[in-house]
Design a protein around this ligand. Structure first.
Ligand code: GDP
Length: 444
């Protein structure tokens, strides 16, 4: 899986990580190669474009992290963007509905639909301990019905007895009824496929869907067909509303274009991938693991993650130094406000400072939530740099201008200034240098 792309990307990115400094041109040159590699892997053009644009924007805007090289940072950005492109979190089959839960399997003929139905049924039976009933709705091909029955025996899952002459909807209704009476948890409905997407197929599957109200509509698509798989998924989704995708034949797919574009193009998650003909060759699709497999640079990614965690820490240390000297202007406050959301509001911040219980309670009473913090940041943003450094010069006319500029009331500006004074007082108290100051508290 992904061998070709993986080789190319690691060559390109390895070249970057060995360099000491990177210019924007270096990044652009590397991204041109990344773009070519993705296109060669048969990733959809629109997906490639958006991918490289986002990586470029993030690489150029990124804060330099000390102790890792800029190239390593770019690797991390590419990794994160890959994960985002693949769908961020792994999604699994959702059985959260009153039983029997219907799972409708749809897709083109030959995509691996029947095999995948049996694979999923086996997994739900053995791993998740569900009682599963399978039914083939392929009325045109008796062999397909037989195939499901044979697979059912092989994996130890029951199949609905075949009754000749029934329509797909009739079989589906019979399956739901049998499941209800028999106390089954899940009914897997293997619909008929055609060689291409056609109206007759869509109508039939839509009727079955209406009759059974499935909780999952899983589209099975063949990864080897690349962008055709993505287009098929889009067509089925537009007509039927797909809840997830199963990509088969990933074991033979060295390019990976379908897997890489599917989420970004259809907006639908890949829930499972088929990795072989055997009935247990089925895997969950974890975007971060897949990205790691493609880049093969897990070590660098975690290195940069750790180093980035330290950035906030270093900033806090620098601020603590300043505070010890009794300096805390509105610029500093703005930085604090911005960080506050991250560390759990003002209570969280003050919790790190020893010996200021009373002040802490007082400030917490100010009841600062995220929305208020945003307004306060907006007020500070409406001040000139000079005003931020010397809040004392803020008299009535300036306050009015700031209020107008930030869409706030003058009282809110006053409240903010009062809060700043209180915070500055706390800082001064601590800056006395007795015992452990904030630097000590944060330096653990
Ligand atoms: P259907 O017409 O969509 O129901 O397709 P089938 O389930 O009959 O599968 C067609 C062929 O593809 C069979 O030979 C399967 O063994 C094979 N197949 C299905 N899934 C996979 C997979 O993930 N990997 C490989 N290598 N073969 C698969």
């Amino acid at each position: 899986m992904f061998e070709g792309l993986s080789d190319k990307l690691s060559t390109i990115l390895n070249g970057l990580t060995r360099r000491g400094a990177l210019t924007e041109d270096d990044v652009n040159a590397a991204l041109r190669e990344v773009r070519r590699a993705l296109l060669e892997a048969d990733v959809a053009l629109e997906v490639v474009r958006s991918f490289t644009d986002k990586v470029r924007a993030r690489a150029v805007g990124a804060e330099v992290v000390r102790s890792v090289s800029p190239g390593q940072q770019v690797v991390k950005i590419v990794h994160d963007q890959l994960v985002e492109m693949l769908g961020a979190d792994a999604e699994v089959i959702d059985l959260n509905a009153p039983p029997p839960v219907a799972i409708l399997m749809v897709g083109l003929q030959g995509s691996g639909k029947t095999t995948t139905t049996a694979k999923i049924a086996k997994r739900l039976t053995t791993r998740d301990k569900r009682r599963v009933l399978m039914a083939s709705l392929d009325t045109r091909r008796p062999a397909a019905m037989e195939q499901l029955a044979v697979l059912g025996k092989q994996v130890g899952v029951e199949t609905l007895p075949i009754v000749a002459g029934q329509s797909a909807v009739q079989i589906a209704r019979r399956a739901m009824e049998a499941a209800r009476l028999g106390g089954y948890d899940v009914v897997m409905l293997d619909t008929a496929g055609r060689v291409t997407v056609d109206e007759g197929l869509m109508l039939e599957v839509a009727d079955v869907k209406a009759a059974t109200n499935p909780h999952e509509v899983l589209l099975v698509a063949d990864a080897l067909t690349g962008q055709d798989a993505v287009n098929t998924a889009r067509a089925f989704d537009e007509r039927l509303g797909v809840t997830g995708i199963v990509l088969t034949r990933m074991d033979g797919d060295a390019r990976g274009g379908a897997a890489l574009s599917m989420r970004a193009v259809t907006g639908k998650p890949i829930k499972l991938v088929g990795t072989g003909e055997k009935v247990d060759a089925l895997e969950e699709f974890h975007p971060s693991r897949v990205a790691n497999r493609i880049l093969g640079m897990g070590d660098i990614v975690s290195l940069v993650e750790k180093a980035s965690e330290n950035i906030d820490h270093e900033k806090a240390m620098a601020l603590a130094q300043k505070m010890r000297k009794g300096k805390f202007d509105l610029e500093d406050m703005r930085g604090q406000l911005a960080q506050m959301e991250k560390i759990g509001g003002i209570g969280g911040m003050l919790g790190m400072l020893p010996g200021i219980g009373k002040m802490k309670a007082q400030l917490e009473n100010a009841n600062i939530d995220e929305r208020i913090i945003k307004r306060q940041v907006a007020i500070i943003d409406s001040m000139t740099p000079k005003e931020r450094r010397n809040p004392d010069i803020l008299k009535a006319s300036r306050k009015k201008r700031i209020a107008a500029g930030s869409g706030a009331k003058v009282e809110e500006v006053n409240k903010l200034l009062k809060m700043h004074r209180q915070m500055a007082d706390v800082m001064k108290m601590m800056g006395g240098g007795k015992g452990r100051g904030m630097a000590g508290a944060l330096g653990n």
